[in-house]
Ligand binder design. Structure first.
Ligand SMILES: Cc1cc2nc3c(=O)[nH]c(=O)nc-3n(C[C@H](O)[C@H](O)[C@H](O)COP(=O)(O)OP(=O)(O)OC[C@H]3O[C@@H](n4cnc5c(N)ncnc54)[C@H](O)[C@@H]3O)c2cc1C
Length: 481
């Protein structure tokens, strides 16, 4: 006998109780390999444990949260409410963990100190995590990529290096949550390195250097060019403007490939993540007050060095635009590394490099709505059943990933691996809207209208109003299928 969904008592036949018990026993024997001990990899391990299965987390860094540690100086734009996974919180609770104030915005360092480290070292996950273990290859035991018959019956084989030599792990399923921090996009506008970019490395940083802390001496009193249009570029420009007030001679120069800097200012007060809105509004005021010089429509083609300084140019030939700077910060986003997945049958969108079912929801060519429809195992699986991409890596080259999305992804994936299809399909996640929408690169509607023209009329099979009207006009929809 057990409680029914509406609270009424239902009598389970002995057969279904035996089946349920057997399913639990079967899934309990499952081993799930998780690549990466970042916030999403750790959440995946917590959900796998929750389902009675055995997680093995392989982390290339010397500690959990290794990528977060590289940007620990950054203030997050999501409050604790959106940064803590539910299964992880359940694991932490009995350890005397004080859950942080949900409305407070932590820095990366606080996310590490107050959540990632306690989770990785003071809960049952500590026995599941193998640090300094870099995954170098994933395949199916005894089956190369081309071989099909019997493929699904064999375990995955994960090869990794842990300083003591190559190791092999066998697993029933694999969740790759290895992020994208380690593979930043280059400066070249075509996605390739700019001419001279490799040679100029000593004067180029990628991502978000700590200009007010660890890297202060490198940037103080210098002309610093920051290339990019997303949160990383905005955050670094804001910090450089602060440094300029403290260290005379510091000059932030914002290099933008696009022609419209306002597109980066975001939704301001309409952004449901206030800190994210404030970031954009702050940059707008720095630009308006001349504290940040803007060079818009500046696709970088070449970087050369003269007298110890960098000449950053839009063309390799004579007549393009160029600026001279002492340092260049490339904050043009990140891309996924699939080099160790060459034996896995991935199903990826050719442009975004995200799983094909997820790509239309996050395609920056289509829209930059923070409001991505909740998605789970179905959207994240590939032709090799039992292999899933999750976390920042699942978004491929798209920029709008939030931890809270990753936590929902891995809850659904763990349910799927455990055979609980109903729970895997049931998705519940409300994402904070950015307050701005671009679709097909064009601003659309007033922020108040919400994403893609706001919610769809209940009667039609569409996810947003615009999708509905496009379908009504006989078109396939507006890209959020
Ligand atoms: C500067 C910055 C600010 C951000 N701010 C926010 C925010 O405010 N709110 C929000 O929700 N999101 C934010 N994000 C986005 C995102 O949530 C974070 O990047 C988050 O860390 C992603 O978690 P993850 O577990 O998917 O990946 P990571 O945190 O990148 O973890 C991946 C882990 O995998 C390991 N790894 C990589 N390759 C291998 C390998 N081959 N073998 C084994 N291990 C490997 C890495 O060392 C790393 O520890 C921000 C991102 C950045 C870069």
């Amino acid at each position: 006998m057990q409680d029914g969904p509406d609270g009424s008592l239902i009598f389970l036949s002995s057969h279904s109780m035996i089946l349920e018990g057997w399913e639990k026993a079967v899934s309990a024997r499952k081993t799930v390999a998780i690549i990466g001990a970042g916030p999403v990899g750790l959440a995946a391990a917590a959900h796998v444990l929750d389902r009675g299965m055995t997680p093995v987390v392989l982390e290339s860094g010397p500690e959990a949260g290794h990528s977060v540690r590289q940007w620990q100086h950054v203030q997050l734009f999501s409050p604790w409410e959106y940064n803590v996974d539910k299964a992880a919180a359940r694991l932490l609770a009995p350890t005397g963990w004080n859950s942080p104030d949900p409305a407070v915005y932590p820095t990366g360092a606080e996310l590490l100190d107050r959540y990632i480290e306690p989770l990785a070292t003071r809960t049952a996950l500590r026995d599941a995590i193998r640090t300094s273990s870099r995954v170098i290859a994933v395949g199916r035991a005894g089956f190369d990529k081309a071989k099909t018959k019997g493929r699904e019956a064999v375990p995955f084989e994960i090869r990794y290096r842990n300083g003591k030599g190559p190791e092999t792990l066998r697993a029933d399923a694999v969740i790759d949550a290895s992020g994208t921090w380690a593979s930043p996009n280059p400066a070249g506008a075509g996605g390739l390195r700019a001419i001279g970019e490799r040679e100029a490395q000593p004067k180029i940083a990628y991502g978000m250097p700590d200009v007010l802390g660890r890297d202060r001496a490198r940037y103080a009193g210098k002309t610093v060019a920051v290339l990019g249009a997303g949160h990383s570029a905005i955050g670094t420009l804001a910090d450089l403007a602060t440094l300029a007030r403290q260290a005379p001679g510091t000059r932030p120069v914002w290099l933008l490939r696009g022609g419209n800097p306002e597109k980066s200012f975001g939704g301001g007060v309409n952004d449901k993540l206030a800190a994210r809105g404030e970031l954009g509004a702050h940059l707008a005021s720095l630009v308006a007050s001349g504290q940040v010089q803007v060079e818009a429509g500046f696709p970088v083609a070449a970087v050369s060095q003269t007298d110890g300084r960098l000449r950053i140019a839009t063309s390799t030939a004579c007549c393009g635009r160029s600026i001279v700077a002492d340092e260049l910060v490339v904050a043009t986003g990140f891309r996924p590394d699939f080099s160790f997945l060459s034996e896995i049958r991935l199903r990826l969108d050719p442009a975004i490099e995200a799983p094909v079912a997820l790509a239309p929801l996050i395609d920056p060519n289509e829209h930059s709505c923070g409001t991505v429809r909740p998605h789970g195992a179905r959207e994240l699986e590939h032709d090799d059943r039992g292999f899933y991409l999750a976390g920042m890596k699942s978004y491929g080259r798209a920029p709008t990933f939030l931890m809270i999305t990753g936590y929902e992804q891995v809850r659904s994936i763990a349910a799927d691996i455990a055979g609980d299809k109903e729970a895997a399909e049931r998705l519940e996640l409300e994402l904070p809207e950015t307050g701005v929408c671009t679709r097909g690169g064009v601003e659309s509607g007033t922020p108040a209208a919400g994403c893609c023209g706001g919610p769809a009329p209940a009667s039609v099979g569409a996810c947003w109003a615009d999708d509905a009207s496009a379908k009504a006009a006989g078109k396939p929809g507006c890209g959020c299928s």
